[in-house]
Design a protein around this ligand. Structure first.
Ligand code: GDP
Ligand code: MG
Length: 437
């Protein structure tokens, strides 16, 4: 499995304080083999490795990441880029919008037609499904059953008319009856053949679809990429839908399709149920392939906001129980730069965001907190446990706040102390090589 292979490679890198060129060379050799074994297209792998190697060797040293972490980050960023960088939506230029689903038999077209109808119905659209697979005996029935389940109309003309005519009349029907989205469920073959392609071209001509989406089965790996190449050459598709991503796929198809066809993966099928549809997120897929959840995102955020020296200093203070209210203010400022706390904690494995709900840091809050802390004596700041009732009253008066504000601040400080301890024990377990690092 690609994730396991890559994680093994990175485990070796992570522990290293300094990376030599030969470390990187060895790592890249292993990444290359892992990608090839996952059925990623040969040329794609070659280009990919070259890019990563270039960036890894010539990189600027970031203080807060170890060299190993930096290589991991480069690999992740390049994987994301390889899959198109950012997500791409379906685009409808006219009303009704027209989606044509094409692909080999069993790829998941009919299922996807229903999934799309549901998705747009939920967005208050009125979709029409058009049954244009006249070759498989049960194909029309299959779509009708799904349509009934969804409460979406299915346009059929049996199997006596040509698929081109069915699509043409289906579109006219939609225009006359106020549908704003038309979805063509076309026939597939076991293999690509000329007759099928000609027929699909005929449909494109009469219906001029906004989206021609090729449905491919992620489980078929490199075959999916070859199929995508042929369909794109013939039909100039607008995007790809990768189905059966819920299975144990090797990831190769997702990685090669964009590079080979130039067309993005737009949607993914993640199960047999009609709700099992998702937008394709290159960033999430890259992390999934690397098997690292969102921890890498955390690395990026931390890298942007926290100075390593300060962090080390802080950790030392925590270990010696010297984390003071002055440090607290400084931390709040840094955390403010990183984004909402809930979100950051949610990214850490084993730490729900919920625990620190009360601790949002906006600017006004921060000014107040600073005022309160500056009204404390040095002794109080260093050792908040001495701040009793009468001291609280004095501090509130001195800072122009209420006693409740002082109470809340001290409570938050306590929570922050706890959180910092969790951070440092988490870091220790990461260093020991436990999952996810
Ligand atoms: P078509 O021949 O391209 O129309 O393919 P179908 O829509 O009939 O699907 C073929 C089979 O794949 C059916 O058994 C579906 O239930 C199954 N299938 C479709 N999409 C998915 C998916 O995303 N995940 C899983 N696990 N199965 C799927
Ligand atoms: Mg079908």
């Amino acid at each position: 499995n690609l994730s396991d292979r890559l994680q093994d490679v990175f485990k070796k890198l992570k522990g290293k304080g300094k990376l030599t060129e030969s470390d990187i060379k060895e790592a890249m050799r292993e990444v290359r083999i892992a990608l090839l074994e996952a059925d990623v297209n040969f040329q794609v792998v070659k280009d990919f490795i070259n890019k990563v190697r270039e960036k890894s060797v010539g990189q600027e040293i970031l203080q807060s990441l170890t060299p190993g972490q930096q290589v991991i980050k480069i690999v992740r960023d390049e994987l994301q880029e390889l899959m198109g960088g950012t997500k791409s939506e379906l685009v409808f230029k006219k009303t009704p919008g027209v989606v044509m689903l094409v692909g080999l038999q069993g790829a998941g077209k009919t299922t996807m037609a229903a999934k799309l109808a549901l998705r747009y119905k939920k967005k208050n659209k009125k979709p029409l499904l058009v049954a244009a697979d006249i070759y498989r005996p049960a194909a029309i029935k299959q779509l009708q059953v799904l349509g009934e389940q969804l409460g979406v109309e299915v346009f059929t003309m049996g199997d006596k008319n040509s698929p081109v005519d069915i699509c043409k009349l289906g579109l006219e029907h939609a225009k006359k009856n106020g549908y704003d989205l038309v979805i063509f469920d076309t026939a597939g073959r076991l293999h690509i053949d000329e007759r099928l392609m000609d027929e699909l071209e005929g449909i494109v001509k009469v219906a001029n679809p906004d989206e021609i989406l090729l449905v491919v089965d992620a489980m078929t790996g490199q075959d999916a990429v070859n199929v995508a190449k042929s369909f794109n050459e013939k039909l100039d598709i607008t995007g790809v839908i990768l189905t059966k991503l819920d299975g144990d796929t090797r990831g190769g198809a997702a990685l090669s399709i964009k590079a080979v066809t130039g067309k993005p993966i737009k949607l993914v099928g993640i199960g047999e149920k009609i709700e099992d549809l998702d937008v394709f997120h290159p960033d999430r897929m890259a992390s999934r392939i690397l098997g690292m959840g969102d921890v890498l995102t955390l690395i990026e955020k931390a890298e942007a906001a926290i100075d390593l020296e300060k962090a080390k200093d802080l950790q030392k203070k925590l270990q010696t129980q010297q984390f003071t209210l002055d440090d607290f203010v400084e931390q709040l400022q840094q955390i403010k730069q990183m984004g909402p706390l809930d979100q950051i904690l949610g990214m850490l494995p084993g730490m729900g965001g919920g625990k620190l709900k009360g601790l949002s840091v906006d600017n006004k809050e921060l000014v107040k907190i600073e005022a309160i802390i500056s009204s404390m004596t040095k002794g109080e700041r260093a050792n908040p446990s001495i701040i009793n009732g009468s001291r609280r009253k004095r501090i509130a008066a001195g800072s122009g706040t209420k006693i409740q504000d002082v109470n809340r601040l001290l409570k938050q400080f306590e929570q922050m102390q706890k959180m910092m301890k969790q951070f440092s024990s988490l870091e220790k377990s990461m260093k020991k090589g436990k999952k996810p690092f």
